[in-house]
Write a protein that binds this ligand. Structure first.
Ligand SMILES: CC(C)(COP(=O)(O)OP(=O)(O)OC[C@H]1O[C@@H](n2cnc3c(N)ncnc32)[C@H](O)[C@@H]1OP(=O)(O)O)[C@@H](O)C(=O)NCCC(=O)NCCS
Length: 337
């Protein structure tokens, strides 16, 4: 799917994020499994990640992030008429974390649901929020991306356990007078599904003694194949959305790629020809937070002053599905009220 914003201006008017308190360093991981700080840093660029407490669930991370985003947008929860939570680690299968969050916020006028597109979930949810606003179905949307992957990792599998972390970010989408989203490109290749998946717990392999014994309820990944896929689509998706919007890589001021691995980001950045200083990287501090990754990186870029009004920001995510998605936005500094 690819398209431009078609004249309807919608932008991010509030941004918030939240990560668990507990920092887990590579050295701490190497006391739990056969790995080392040196291996993890060299292969991934990750130094540490945040890990949720046993009682902490996704909505506990989404709620503070959402409150921050609403406060920054200067609107009350009752004004929100759409909530989308992008995640693969909802509090439970149902009700949706979107509905749980709406209740916690007091967003009683909102339609609320979850969206599953792996680590690309946030980009899918932003595009969908854009579409709902541009189509006139909603006026003010809260889009949250977050995951608590530590709860579904196989801590006996060093090939996956060291890569991920927990975190969430939230944005408010509103109509604006100028700037805002220019276009999106989203895609999926289901034939690559078995490269990164969690087979247990659904209707194909429900929770049984056998499926639990076979550890089907944990993330499984073919790291090398996902690496190849990621480097390919980060480049092709970014190039497609730029071309669709009639822009070039030179027009991009801030590049916010999915934070999976520094080597993947570096590969894409060089192939695209984006200078290092325009690229946002925080995977060293958070690991791969799945749907939380792009909003957390946006919050980082905002905190260090990079997201000024008028700047062109390119975001690209990729992940399970296999899926990918890019969005281009001309940054704005507020809604139309
Ligand atoms: C997972 C990843 C870091 C592995 O890096 P790599 O350079 O491909 O490493 P390999 O898989 O070739 O493994 C090299 C060796 O390191 C070992 N190894 C794997 N994980 C290890 C760890 N945490 N610590 C130490 N050694 C490890 C492997 O067992 C292998 O040993 P062997 O050669 O004796 O078999 C890399 O493939 C990757 O980042 N893939 C993409 C993953 C991703 O981003 N997923 C999410 C997308 S949203």
């Amino acid at each position: 799917m690819i398209g431009t914003a078609n004249g309807v201006r919608v932008s991010i008017t509030g941004l918030g994020c939240h990560v668990p308190e507990r920092v887990v360093t590579n050295d701490e991981l190497s006391t739990m499994m056969d790995t080392s700080d040196e291996w993890i840093r060299e292969r991934t660029g990750i130094r540490e990640r945040r890990i949720a407490a046993p009682e902490e669930a996704l909505s506990d991370l989404c709620l503070p992030a959402a409150r921050q985003a609403l406060e920054e947008a200067g609107i009350g929860a009752e004004q929100i008429d759409l909530i989308i939570v992008a995640t693969v680690t909802p509090d439970m299968a149902f009700p949706s974390t979107g509905a749980i969050l709406a209740d916690q916020l007091g967003a009683e006028n909102a339609a609320a649901y979850d969206l599953s597109a792996g680590c690309t979930g946030f980009m899918y949810a932003v595009a969908q929020g854009y579409g709902m606003l541009a189509g006139g179905l909603a006026q003010k949307a809260l889009v949250v991306g977050g995951d608590v992957l530590s709860k579904i990792l196989d801590w006996s599998d060093r090939g996956t356990a060291v890569l991920f972390g927990d975190g969430a970010g939230a944005i408010v989408l509103e109509r604006v007078a100028d700037g805002g989203f220019l276009g999106f490109e989203l895609g999926a290749d289901g034939s690559g599904g078995p490269q990164l998946y969690l087979p247990g717990g659904g209707s194909r392999s429900p929770a049984t003694e056998e499926s639990v014994a076979e550890r089907l309820h944990f993330v499984k990944m073919n790291g090398r194949e996902v690496f190849k896929f990621a480097t390919r689509v980060l480049v092709s998706s970014a190039e497609s959305v730029l071309a669709e919007c009639g822009l070039t890589i030179e027009d991009v001021d801030v590049y916010v790629p999915h934070q999976a691995n520094v080597r993947i980001i570096e590969h894409a950045r060089q192939r695209l020809g984006i200078p290092e200083e325009k690229t946002v990287i925080d995977v060293d501090r958070y690991g791969n937070t799945s749907s939380g990754s792009i909003p957390l990186a946006l919050a980082d870029a905002k905190a260090d002053g990079r997201l000024e009004k008028g700047k062109l920001v390119l975001m690209t995510g990729m992940g399970a599905g296999l899926t990918w998605g890019s969005g281009l936005i001309e940054w704005t500094d507020g809604g139309m009220g």
